[in-house]
Design a protein around this ligand. Structure first.
Ligand code: AAL
Length: 430
């Protein structure tokens, strides 16, 4: 009954958009047996539907992309103001935080690595040579008046002295503003990332730490304790706590985070899943939600308030990658749309991210990162860029609701067959 009501509601919405056409009235029996109508406004709510068409009405905000506020294309722009040492791999900026606007300026925090060499893997790592692009890093920040040209202000969170959390590296920060104070949550590495730790059967020793300040300019005071600990040995979030993403809901702090479970020995691959931990105060204690993990995909998912719930940009990894998702209750996510060229490790400008007003405006831009920015894995570094989109209740830009981004032909032919795949094909041809 509810489903038919939702279809009827959507049809009435569609009809109201096309009220200039006459509506055919026919008897119920005749109508339900007739073919699916040319115009949606003529569809009988009682007509039996295929699963795909039923899904179009029930699983999504609207059956047409143009009407779906949680569908968008993404446009990208280079940034000005950041130097990358001519791409020699010795400097990297990545994993931008959400963006906030204070004192008429935009602020963003990000992982800043500046090392004598490019990353050399955990076998080549030393006290000064990074194992990974985010090893031996600090959290820096930059400001901008237009979101395109940025002024790097310097370090916000340095690496603390050993054995404090994050002495090896602090990375992948996100910002929270709560009761007029500012909080940065970040991964606090206590070993070179990627270096296998036999005791923990893990490759990353990086729970989440936090520092706070009275101003976005700092100075930042670190809490010496971890705020989101690893799970217990048999729990889904035992190995890592990545990508903390704090928001405010019903007066509480919600921090969404990633972990990797179900490790496959043959290729060290994990199933990237997401959880949420909730606390009354920014310093915790954070209680992990009983339904965790609450997302099944996304490597650096970004989550922001939208209407009464939260929306998520679920970029790479997992069965539901390349989707925009929505959780009306902030916990149970459903796919809202499938899209292309999603930003990686997005840091969104969500003006009301901390307003807790149950009516999130959504977003129209943010920063994301571009790994291997020099197209040379031997000089690996990452750079920041800007994306623009229409995931906002306040904007309706049809040019950002196109159904397909036509990619240049050579992008396809660059995904060529391996020698092994060609060999298999040739054998099949015998
Ligand atoms: C990022 C994030 C986390 C990981 C590494 C640095 O994209 O998922 O921060 O630890 O990669």
């Amino acid at each position: 009954m509810l489903k038919k009501l939702s279809i009827a509601f959507i049809l009435s919405f569609i009809f109201s958009c096309n009220s200039d056409k006459n509506v055919h009235v026919s008897n119920k029996e005749e109508n339900t047996k007739k073919a699916f109508p040319l115009y949606l406004k003529d569809l009988d709510p009682n007509k039996p539907l295929s699963s795909a068409i039923k899904r179009s009405f029930e699983n999504y905000e609207a059956p047409r992309l143009l009407d779906n506020e949680l569908y968008t294309n993404f446009k990208y722009s280079e940034l000005k103001g950041f130097d990358y040492h001519n791409g020699d791999g010795t400097i990297s900026r990545r994993d931008p935080s959400k963006i906030i606007k204070e004192n008429g300026k935009y602020y963003v925090w990000y992982t800043h690595r500046e090392t004598p060499t490019e990353p050399k893997g955990f076998k080549g790592a030393t006290d000064v040579i990074p194992s990974q692009d985010w090893d031996l890093a600090e959290i820096w920040y930059a400001t901008s008046t237009d979101g395109f040209t940025w002024k790097e202000q310097g370090v916000a969170i340095p690496r603390p002295p050993e054995p404090k959390p994050g002495w090896r590296s602090v990375a992948t920060a996100d910002i929270l503003k709560f009761k007029n104070k500012y909080y940065l949550y970040y991964q606090a590495f206590d070993a070179p990332s990627g270096k296998y730790n036999k005791k923990r059967d893990a490759y990353d020793i990086c729970p989440v730490a936090m520092s706070w300040a009275d101003s976005p300019e700092g100075p930042w005071t670190p809490l010496d304790n971890v705020v989101i600990p690893f799970g217990s040995e048999d729990e889904w979030d035992y190995r890592v706590i990545h990508d903390p993403n704090p928001l405010v809901h019903n007066g509480k702090i919600y921090i969404y985070y990633k972990s990797g479970m179900d490790k496959r020995d043959e290729n060290r691959k994990f199933w990237d899943t997401w959880g949420v931990a909730v606390a009354d105060k920014p310093e915790g204690p954070f209680v992990k939600h009983e339904l965790n993990p609450i997302m099944n995909s996304g490597h650096e998912t970004i989550i922001f308030p939208f209407k009464e719930g939260v929306a998520a940009i679920v970029n790479t990894d997992g069965i539901e990658h390349y989707t925009i998702q929505y959780a009306k209750d902030w916990v149970n996510f459903e796919i809202a749309s499938v899209t292309q060229l999603l930003p990686t490790a997005a840091g969104v400008y969500s003006p009301d991210a901390f307003d807790d007003d149950h009516d999130g405006d959504g977003i129209t831009w943010g920063l994301s990162h571009f790994i291997n920015a020099g197209n040379n894995w031997n000089k690996m570094y990452t750079k920041l860029g800007r994306f623009d989109c229409d995931l906002s209740q306040k904007v309706h830009d049809p040019s950002l609701k196109q159904s397909n981004i036509l990619l240049p032909n050579d992008w396809y032919f660059r995904q060529g067959l391996s020698a092994e795949q060609r060999k298999r094909i040739e054998e099949r041809n015998q």
